[in-house]
Design a protein around this ligand. Structure first.
Ligand code: IMP
Length: 511
C-alpha cells in the first residue's frame, strides 16, 4: 500500500463511527492545527469554523504557492470535491478581509461553490478596528498585544447588545438603523481619545485610507453604509445562510469537522485572563460557535506542540526561554523596537538550539519551528512544554491529543518539561485558599495575577538528536522521544493519537 493509502486507512480507523469531530489547540494557538484539519478534511463532508475572525491565520498551499487565509476555513481546497465549508455563528467577520480572500480564490481559480457563512455571525465594523488599534497604541497601559483586527471591540458590542450581524448586510434600512445606534455609543467612547491619533489611524491602510473619516463626527455613517451594504453585501449576499439550521440538520448524519482557532489558553472563559482573545476558543466554545454542543461530539483532538510552546502577544508565560528579555524583544519593547524574522536574523545570525543563553536558545527554536505570526509577522515567544497549564486546559477538553512539530526539537541536546510551579508572588487569596510564596502548584491557575509569579520546575530529558524522517509508526520513533511522550502521558492522562513529525501529510504517525 502506498503512503497515501496507508494514511487514509489510519484516518478511517481513528474516525470509525465518528460523525462529528473537533480540532482545537490546547495551548496559546499556532500548534499546527492547519495540518491536522487538512488531514481530516478529506474525511469530512462539512468543515466548519466557529470562533475568532481575522486574528487567526492559516497557510493554504495552492498549486506551488503558499497563501495565508484568516477567515475562510482550511478545508476550502476540498470545495471542488463537493465539501461544504461553513463559517459559523461564533465568528467575527471583517467583510473587507473576507472579500479579499474570495478575490484571491478567484484569482487562483479555486472554487468556493459550497462556502456558506452564518447570517448571525458577528460583523466587524471600521469602528471596531479603530478602537482596537487605538486601545493598543499610543503607550496605552491596558495593552494586550492584540492582532489589531478589531476582534475585541466586535465581541464587546455583541455582549453590549449593539452588535451587527453578517445578515444585516442584506437589509440596508436595518443596517443603517443598527449602525447609527452602535455609533451613538461608540462615538462617545472615541471622543475620549486623541483626535490626531484617530485621524491618523483612519487614514491607515488597515482602515481603507480615510474613506470612513469624517472631520466633524470622526466616522462617516453614509460612507460605511455604502461600502458595507452596497459593496460587501452585494459580494457576500449569495453566501449568507442559516448555518445553525444547516449544521443541526446534518449533525449525526453527515461527517462534520469543527475547526478551532487560537488556543484554549487564549479563551475568554478559560484562558490567562485578561491576556486572552474575546471569543471562547475552548472545545465547548468552538462547538457552540459552530451551532453544536458536546452531545453531538464523537472525537475531539487537542493539539499540543511536542514539547515546546509559543505565545504571541502579551501576558504571562512561565516557561518562556529568556523570560522578560524575550517578552520585550518579541513584543517590540527592546531598544530595537518592532522586530521580525529578517531583523532577528541580522542581529543574531548565529544562535543555537543548545545555546546556554536561554534567550538565544529560544530564538534558535523559533527559527527552527518558523514561529513567526501568520497574521502579524511578530516573532512568537518560545518556551518549554508546561504541564500545569496543560492539565488546566484538559479540564475542559477530552484526553485525545495530537502532538505536533516534533521535528523542531531534532537537534536539541536537553529537553525540559515543566511539571510544577514554584509560586513566588506575595500571599494571594484564592477563594477559601491562600497561595503563599514557595508553594508548589501542579495545575495552573490561569489568571494572570497568579501565573505571572509562577516559576517553572523542570524535569530534564536527553533529546533524540536525529532526524525523524521516514518514521511511520510509534515504535519506530527514537527511544528518547517515546520516553518523553510516556512521561507527558503519565503526568496528564492524555491519549496521544497522532504524532506529527513534519509539515507534510506523510510525516504523520498514528499511535
Ligand atoms: P485579539 O484576538 O486580536 O484580540 O488578540 C488577543 C490575544 O490573542 C493576543 O495576545 C494575540 O496575539 C492572541 N491571538 C489572537 N489570535 C491568535 C492566533 O490565531 N494565534 C495566536 N495568538 C492569537
Amino acid at each position: 500500500m502506498n503512503k497515501n493509502g496507508f494514511l487514509t486507512e489510519r484516518i478511517a480507523k481513528l474516525t470509525k463511527n465518528v460523525k462529528t469531530m473537533a480540532v482545537t489547540c490546547l495551548q496559546w494557538g499556532d500548534t499546527g492545527k492547519g495540518k491536522i484539519v487538512d488531514l481530516f478534511s478529506g474525511w469530512a463532508d462539512i468543515i466548519v469554523r466557529g470562533t475568532g475572525g481575522a486574528n487567526a491565520g492559516h497557510t493554504i498551499v495552492l498549486g506551488l504557492k503558499k497563501f495565508i487565509f484568516h477567515l475562510i476555513p482550511s478545508g476550502i481546497h476540498f470545495d471542488k470535491d463537493g465539501k461544504v465549508n461553513a463559517m459559523g455563528r461564533g465568528m467575527a467577520i471583517d467583510p473587507e478581509i473576507f472579500v479579499s480572500e474570495l478575490s484571491l480564490l478567484d484569482k487562483q481559480k479555486i472554487s468556493y461553490d459550497n462556502l456558506i457563512v452564518a447570517g448571525n455571525a458577528n460583523l466587524t465594523l471600521p469602528v471596531h478596528i479603530l478602537l482596537d488599534l487605538a486601545n493598543e497604541g499610543g503607550g496605552s497601559k491596558g495593552k494586550i498585544g492584540t492582532t489589531g483586527r478589531g476582534i475585541g471591540p466586535t465581541y464587546v458590542d455583541f455582549y453590549g447588545r449593539r452588535g451587527l450581524t453578517i445578515n444585516d448586510l442584506l437589509n440596508k434600512d436595518v443596517f443603517a438603523i443598527k449602525l447609527k445606534r452602535n455609533l451613538d455609543y461608540n462615538l462617545r467612547v472615541l471622543r475620549g481619545y486623541d483626535p490626531v491619533m484617530l485621524k491618523e489611524l483612519l487614514f491607515s491602510e488597515r482602515l481603507s485610507k480615510g474613506i470612513y473619516y469624517d472631520s466633524q463626527n470622526i466616522l462617516n455613517i453614509e460612507a460605511i453604509v455604502s461600502k458595507y451594504v452596497d459593496e460587501y453585501g452585494k459580494r457576500l449576499g449569495g453566501l449568507i445562510r442559516d448555518v445553525d439550521a444547516y449544521i443541526i440538520k446534518n449533525a449525526g448524519k453527515k461527517k462534520i469537522l469543527c475547526e478551532g482557532a487560537q488556543g484554549h489558553n487564549l479563551s475568554i472563559l478559560h484562558g490567562s485572563y485578561p491576556f486572552v482573545t474575546p471569543s471562547d476558543c475552548s472545545l465547548d466554545g468552538l462547538l457552540a460557535g459552530c451551532g453544536l454542543n458536546r452531545s453531538y461530539l464523537d472525537l475531539a483532538l487537542g493539539i499540543i506542540k511536542g514539547f515546546y510552546m509559543t505565545r504571541v502577544g502579551d501576558g504571562p508565560f512561565p516557561t518562556e526561554l529568556g523570560g522578560k528579555l524575550s517578552d520585550d524583544w518579541c513584543g517590540g519593547r527592546s531598544s530595537e523596537g518592532k522586530v521580525d524574522r529578517a531583523k532577528e536574523l541580522e542581529k543574531y545570525p548565529d544562535v543555537s538550539v543548545d545555546d546556554e543563553d536561554e534567550f538565544r536558545q529560544g530564538m534558535a527554536l523559533r527559527r527552527a519551528g518558523d514561529e513567526y505570526g501568520a497574521t502579524t509577522g511578530r516573532p512568537r515567544r518560545v518556551g518549554w512544554l508546561d504541564l500545569p497549564l496543560l492539565k488546566s486546559a484538559l479540564r475542559w477538553a477530552t484526553k485525545d491529543a495530537a502532538l505536533t512539530k516534533l521535528d523542531v526539537l531534532n537537534d536539541v541536546e536537553e529537553i525540559k518539561i515543566c511539571y510544577a510551579y514554584d509560586y513566588q508572588g506575595s500571599d494571594y487569596r484564592y477563594g477559601d485558599k491562600i497561595i503563599r510564596r514557595g508553594d508548589h502548584l501542579y495545575e495552573a491557575i490561569p489568571a494572570a495575577e497568579v501565573l505571572q509569579y509562577c516559576q517553572p520546575i523542570y524535569n530534564s530529558f536527553p533529546g533524540w538528536q536525529g532526524s525523524l524522517a521516514g518514521v511511520t509508526d510509534y515504535d519506530g520513533l527514537p527511544r528518547q522521544l517515546r520516553e518523553i511522550v510516556e512521561y507527558v502521558r503519565n503526568q496528564t492522562d492524555i491519549l496521544p493519537r497522532i504524532i506529527s513529525t513534519g509539515a507534510d501529510r506523510e510525516e504523520t504517525i498514528f499511535v
